[in-house]
Design a protein around this ligand. Structure first.
Ligand SMILES: Nc1nc2c(ncn2[C@@H]2O[C@H](COP(=O)(O)OP(=O)(O)OP(=O)(O)O)[C@@H](O)[C@H]2O)c(=O)[nH]1
Ligand SMILES: [Mg+2]
Ligand SMILES: [Zn+2]
Length: 328
């Protein structure tokens, strides 16, 4: 079913103009700039400006047999606020996914730790160090909608004219931050259910709002499970230390698995790189390669070709060093 009504900011409710010719993929999305004309109480959308960036994820609920469907979240996002609460919600592995998604969308990620009032200062310090270990050079802001901590810095990050989006699991306090920044109760905030510490999905649609100082902010419903939809190049941005090491791998498309001459696995064995980071990189790499094969049969062929050439090199190496057994 297609959406048939939009909410323009400013401008109110709108529908597509009769002659609107775009494909389904180009229908207006949160964050899009549109050309619209007034028509009594309902504006008509005539056209959508070309997008500078698109934040997407794989559509949830896909089985292995379904075609992979890209689900757009928002367009033209400048700043992706990756929210994570300092309680049970804290997960570096999930953060790595969000970072990859944000880099892929062309937006600048900012990590936002929420509910800082629930943790001791020493715990917060420790969490910040942990975030630093996976989010190289990405700003991390500690906030609390309850005490107002960190809100001043968030306002600075969301410069006038920029568009930000709040992303993160359900119940981490995205809408609470949204309201605190807007200075008004615009989004409903739900009580956390006591038995599992998670909120219900309170926010059910994406809402873009102009903040008092001229920035725009999109609140989104919590993503229960974040499935990636990103270009493999985005892994270079979210795993810069792996990318740096990979320059010394023998194969330019090394999967840092069992390839001979892999500088990354070497770095793990000599302790330069955390084993956790490599396993995350491999997991995300496999996931992205899988998606690419599903949507692009040429990628599947390239993959087979790559394994063939690795197997060939392996055989050659073994031949050159007959005394070394099978270990490349
Ligand atoms: N202690 C504390 N609780 C907070 C804070 N911010 C939000 N909460 C509580 O966390 C619960 C969930 O907050 P929401 O703002 O609705 O969370 P959300 O991320 O928008 O959730 P969804 O809309 O379901 O994705 C509510 O009970 C809030 O009162 C905070 O800074 N400190
Ligand atoms: Mg919400
Ligand atoms: Zn390698």
């Amino acid at each position: 079913m297609h959406k048939s009504r939009w909410e323009l900011s400013p401008g109110g409710p709108a529908v597509l103009a009769g002659g609107f010719t775009k494909d389904a993929a180009d229908l207006p999305l949160v964050g899009d700039w549109v050309l619209a004309e007034d028509h009594q109480s309902l504006a008509r959308i005539l056209d959508v400006e070309p997008r500078r960036g698109l934040l997407t994820r794989k559509r949830p609920g896909d089985t292995a047999h379904d075609a992979v469907v890209e689900q757009p979240i928002a367009a033209n996002i400048d700043v992706a606020l990756l929210t994570m609460a300092v309680d049970d919600d804290f997960s570096l592995r999930r953060l790595e996914r969000y970072l990859t998604l944000a880099w892929d969308s062309g937006s600048t990620p900012v990590v936002v730790l929420t509910k800082a009032d629930l943790a001791e200062p020493e715990t917060l310090e420790d969490l910040l160090v942990q975030v630093d270990g996976v989010a190289f050079g990405v700003e991390c802001i500690t906030t609390s909608a309850r005490t107002g901590a960190g809100l001043a810095r968030l306002r600075e990050v969301l410069e006038p004219g920029t568009v930000g989006v709040l992303l993160g699991s359900s119940g981490v306090g995205k809408s609470s931050l949204f309201n605190a920044l807007a200075g008004a109760e615009l989004q409903t905030v739900s009580d956390v259910r006591a038995f599992d510490g998670k909120g219900m999905h309170t926010t059910t649609s994406r809402l873009l709002l102009e903040l008092p100082w001229g920035a725009f902010l999109v609140d989104t419903p919590g993503l229960r499970e974040l499935q990636l939809w990103a270009d493999e190049d985005s892994l270079t941005s979210s795993f810069p230390e792996v990318a740096q090491l990979a320059l010394d791998c023998r194969f330019s498309d090394c999967a840092h698995d069992s390839e001979p001459g892999c500088a990354v696995t070497l770095a793990v064995s000599d302790g330069t790189l955390a084993a956790d980071r490599l396993s995350s990189w491999r997991r995300l790499h496999r996931e992205l390669a899988y998606l690419a094969r599903k949507v692009d049969p040429a990628a599947a062929r390239a993959d087979r070709q790559r394994w063939k050439s690795i197997a060939k090199t392996r055989r050659t190496l073994n031949k050159q060093r007959p005394d070394r057994g099978g270990q490349g």
